[in-house]
Each structure stands twice: as structure tokens, then as C-alpha cells.
Design a protein around this ligand. Structure first.
Ligand code: HBI
Ligand code: FE
Length: 306
């Protein structure tokens, strides 16, 4: 834990909160943002009381979860399983041509099928065996500091509820489909697992401004990263891999906006993130996971975290 100590010593006045020394120091329930508690008016489930009840039931279970305990199994309804199945079937049409090789390899490990929504516990066990990562359930969007800090301890906070059925191909926030199809497969890849952990390590003891920059680095790699392969540009970001529309847009620009691809320089100011209105205008294109990891490590070292 040399890096934690170094972080603790670095510029105490700039620290926004106590630096966690292990995952036990990070709460998964104290700092839920976004739609965690109340759905906003523009959320597809805003007028659906049943949906909101289901959401808070699943969210409350997450808040009760303790590290080390198995993640509670959820009995998903037929309607929920149908949403998952539709998304899985749609996305698997694009993966062979749009997803990076490492994703195609790790995706296979999980044997996803349309008529069964996987349980976080079983996915967490696969990750633990492959890369030592674990999944921790969370009620919604977690404060960026907590979310990023947890990555340093190879812990991925995952939502367990599913998006609203009125628009299965869209969700304004992470849901279990985004986590399972976007994030979880690649966390079973040792090199990708390091990329995610380095961002987390850089976040320990980070100032607000640094957290914001790391949020952007996370966004342009873990969420929307692309990688050069022999037969062209491929997706590795979870925001891409869990969105049929954005995967198509990335390669074809058929919606009229051909995206721009650029090299990632973690030391440079990064563009504004596009959360809501449409797709990304710019993607960062990496040579390989080990190349991203070393660039991010250089940046993290410059912050003197480790
Ligand atoms: N919380 N549950 C959850 N899932 C995310 O993907 C997530 C988050 N909180 C913050 C966050 N992502 C990003 O905005 C970055 O700060 C990492
Ligand atoms: Fe995500």
C-alpha cells in the first residue's frame, strides 16, 4: 500500500475527505447522486410508480450489502428478463465487427443467454478468479470520489436494477445491462483490469479538480475508449459496448456526424463530456491496453500518488 501512504502525505490541505485505506473505508450508500433516490422528470420511469418501487427495493438491498458477503440474488421478472434479452440479442449482432478482440474473448467466459439475467454474485466470482476484481452492488450513481477510489481496490460498484421498459435501447443512467454487457467482461482481462485500477489509484487523495480530470479520463477510456486493431477501429468502452446506437455511430457516423478520433494524452485538457444529448463527437483511440495503462500510470505518478 505504498501508493496509499504517499497519497496521504501529499498536500493535506487539498484533500476533500479522508483517504480510504481499503474498500471498507468506502461507503456504497452515503453519497448516491443522480436518480438514486428520486427519479427526475425526464427519466423514462418517472410516472411509473411500480417501477419506482422496484428500484428503491433493489437500491435498499444494495445499501445493506457488506463487503465480503455474497451479493443477494434478485428474482427478475419476465418483463425485466425480456429487456435484458432484447438488448443482448441486438448488441451481439454488432460485437463481431465493432468490439475489440479482448472483449470478444472475455465476453465468451460468461455464456450470457437472453432468457436469464445473470446475478452479480456469479459474475463477481468469475472476476475474482481471473483478475482479483470484485463487484459491489450500489443503489445508483455514486459520488465520483467514492466510485473512483474503489477502483484502486479492484472493486467495481454495479447497479442491479434494470432500465425502464418503455425505451429498452436507452437509459440516462447506468443499469444492470450497461454494467454486465459494458463493464464486466473486460474486467476479466488482466491488462484492462490494470487500466481501471490505475485511474482509481490516481484518485486516492485527489483534489476536486483532479477528480474531475480523472472522471474525464475514465469517461474517455473505460466508458468510451476505442482501440486500433488490424482490421480497424474497435470499441472497448462500456458506454459504447452497451449501446447499439452509439456502436453504429462510432464506425459509420450514419446519423450525419462522423466522429473524430484522437490520441489520448492524459496530461492535456480533455473535451467536455456528452452525457445526455446524443453521441460523443470525439473518441480517443488507443494503441493497446498496455499503452493506455502506461500513459495513465505516467499521469498518476505525476500526481505523486505512488
Ligand atoms: N456510479 N454506480 C456508478 N456507476 C458509474 O459508472 C459511475 C458512478 N459514479 C461516478 C461515475 N461513474 C463517473 O462519473 C466517474 O466519476 C468515474
Ligand atoms: Fe459505466
Amino acid at each position: 500500500y505504498r501508493f496509499i501512504l504517499a497519497a496521504q502525505l501529499a498536500e493535506p490541505s487539498k484533500q476533500v475527505r479522508k483517504i480510504p485505506r481499503s474498500i471498507h473505508d468506502i461507503s456504497n450508500g452515503d453519497h448516491i447522486l443522480g436518480f438514486g433516490a428520486e427519479l427526475a422528470e425526464d427519466h423514462p420511469g418517472y410516472h411509473d410508480e411500480e417501477y419506482k418501487k422496484r428500484r428503491s427495493y433493489i437500491g435498499d438491498l444494495a445499501k445493506l450489502h457488506k463487503i465480503g458477503e455474497p451479493i443477494p440474488c434478485l428474482e427478475y421478472t419476465d418483463e425485466e428478463i425480456k429487456i435484458w434479452g432484447d438488448i443482448l440479442e441486438k448488441l451481439t449482432q454488432l460485437y463481431p465487427t465493432h468490439a475489440c478482440k479482448r472483449y470478444l474473448d472475455t465476453f465468451q467466459l460468461f455464456n450470457f443467454v437472453p432468457d436469464r439475467l445473470p446475478q452479480l454474485q456469479e459474475l463477481s466470482e468469475v472476476l475474482m478468479m481471473r483478475t482479483g476484481w470484485q463487484i459491489r452492488p450500489v443503489a445508483g450513481l455514486l459520488h465520483p470520489t467514492d466510485f473512483l477510489n474503489a477502483l484502486a481496490f479492484r472493486t467495481f460498484h454495479s447497479t442491479q436494477y434494470i432500465r425502464h421498459g418503455s425505451n429498452p435501447m436507452y437509459t440516462p443512467e447506468p443499469d444492470v445491462c450497461h454494467e454486465i454487457l459494458g463493464h464486466i467482461p473486460l474486467l476479466a482481462d488482466p491488462e484492462f483490469a490494470n487500466v481501471a485500477q490505475v485511474i482509481g489509484m490516481a484518485s486516492l487523495g485527489a483534489s476536486k479538480e483532479e477528480i474531475w480530470h480523472l472522471t474525464k479520463l475514465y469517461w474517455y477510456t473505460v466508458e468510451f475508449g476505442t482501440v486500433k486493431e488490424r482490421d480497424g477501429v474497435k470499441a472497448f468502452g462500456a458506454g459504447l459496448l452497451s449501446s447499439f446506437g452509439e456502436l453504429e455511430h462510432m464506425l459509420s457516423g450514419e446519423d450525419g456526424y462522423m466522429p473524430i478520433f484522437e490520441d489520448l494524452d492524459p496530461f492535456k485538457k480533455l473535451p467536455k463530456m456528452n452525457y445526455k444529448d446524443g453521441f460523443q463527437k470525439k473518441y480517443f483511440l488507443c494503441e493497446s491496453f498496455s499503452d493506455v495503462a502506461s500513459k495513465l500510470t505516467a499521469y498518476a505518478r505525476s500526481l505523486q500518488r505512488f
